[in-house]
Design a protein around this ligand. Structure first.
Ligand SMILES: C[S@@+](CC[C@H](N)C(=O)[O-])C[C@H]1O[C@@H](n2cnc3c(N)ncnc32)[C@H](O)[C@@H]1O
Length: 356
């Protein structure tokens, strides 16, 4: 047997490298505008969660990082009866093993150890080819909230459109709502935000920043990549994959000079949160289709196994994965994926394959 070893992708190397300082510099003590935006994101996602938690729900975060939302809603599972009863599973996908390691440390520090592997699950995988599908028998009646937060969508360079398409066809098409938070290109040039606040965290982005005002792409010599979008341009990308924007929220933001009218400075949103669902399926209809009294008899662990799908052969609607203690194999294409122990937690690794 051999394990498939490929050179690490530069963007993966970047996220692995920043995992140990990410919390300190981006979450706990970030530049002021970043902090303000994060608090706003927390508030908005909480409102969405609270508005929907009366139904049985799975929360999936794509690019879950150091576990900001896994921890937040894990705590609610312990503290709030609505979350305890209805938030069946929290799942985080990230391609960076070091980010996953940090998220496990954070979950444990928040006293959520007993929920890991039981109601909180981690998966190492590429967001552009997620090994999760909700288009499976037995998952229809459960509402899904799929979040892509804090500009993660802009960090994904290749395959972003694939991810959006897949979001529509396999993650949101049965009672799902997507929540995407992305940064505004016009905030990049604003006073006190954008490039200014990014350059306050040189350990992470490296210096100098290269920024192309025409396409909103910010990169550095150290492989950092992020794209900040013009709202209309990104809205078109979303709509082109048959997703509909149900709600648009404008985040707090820095100031830009107003050219002709007083006052001389005006605020531009640093970013936006959009709530999306497949076209012809409004939020209200989605929620109404779910029977509130439906009994979900399957355990969260089985539910988690049921949502996993082979990212190599992608069988439609069927369960082809076989679960063993150290690996997951696909009955259809024969691919084997290791289950890694990261800080004592079993994490399926869909970036590595084992072939006999
Ligand atoms: C800006 S951080 C956001 C982390 C977290 N969502 C938060 O709000 O704090 C982006 C995260 O996305 C992950 N990521 C970037 N590209 C990815 C990809 N192609 N597949 C999976 N994860 C990815 C990174 O490893 C990182 O953890």
């Amino acid at each position: 047997m051999h394990t498939n070893k490929k050179a690490k992708r530069p963007e993966l190397e970047f996220w692995d490298r920043v995992a140990s300082i990410y919390d300190e510099r981006v979450i706990l003590h970030p530049p002021p505008m970043m902090h303000e935006y994060e608090l706003w994101e927390d508030e908005q996602l909480d409102l969405i969660m609270w508005g929907m938690i009366e139904n049985k729900t799975i929360f999936l975060e794509i690019g879950s990082g150091t576990g900001r939302y896994l921890t937040r809603y894990g705590k609610q599972m312990l503290e709030k009866p609505e979350f305890s009863a209805n938030l069946l599973a929290i799942v985080g996908i990230d391609f960076s093993e070091e980010m996953i390691r940090k998220s496990i440390i954070n979950l444990k520090a928040a006293h959520l150890e007993k929920l890991i592997g039981r109601r909180i699950f981690l998966v190492r995988a590429d967001a552009t080819n997620p090994p999760i599908s909700f288009k499976k028998p037995g998952l229809n009646a459960i509402q899904k909230i799929v979040a892509i937060m804090f500009g993660t969508i802009g960090n994904i360079k290749k395959g972003r459109q694939n991810l959006l398409r897949y979001l529509c066809s396999n993650l949101l098409n049965t009672n799902g709502i997507g929540v995407i938070s992305f940064f505004n290109r016009h905030a990049l040039t604003a006073k006190g935000g954008g490039l200014e606040d990014y350059s306050l965290i040189p350990e992470i982005v490296g210096t100098p920043l290269q920024w192309n005002p025409k396409n909103g792409i910010v990169t550095t010599g150290k492989k950092f990549f992020t794209e900040w979008f013009e709202y209309e341009t990104f809205a078109k990308q979303i709509e082109s994959v048959n997703l509909e924007i149900i709600q648009r929220l404008e985040g707090p933001g820095p100031k830009v000079p107003k050219v002709f009218r007083l006052p001389l400075w005006s605020k531009v949103p640093r970013g936006y949160i959009v709530t999306v669902a497949p076209k012809n399926c409004s939020l209200r209809e989605t929620v109404n289709r779910i029977s509130k009294n439906e009994k979900i008899s399957i355990s969260p662990e089985k539910l988690f196994q049921k949502m996993l799908v082979c990212p190599k052969c992608r069988p439609e609607n069927s369960d082809t994965l076989v679960f063993k203690s150290t690996e997951i194999s696909c009955r259809q294409c024969g691919t084997r994926f290791p289950i890694k122990s990261i800080n004592g937690v079993r994490v399926p690794d869909f970036l590595k394959t084992k072939k006999v």
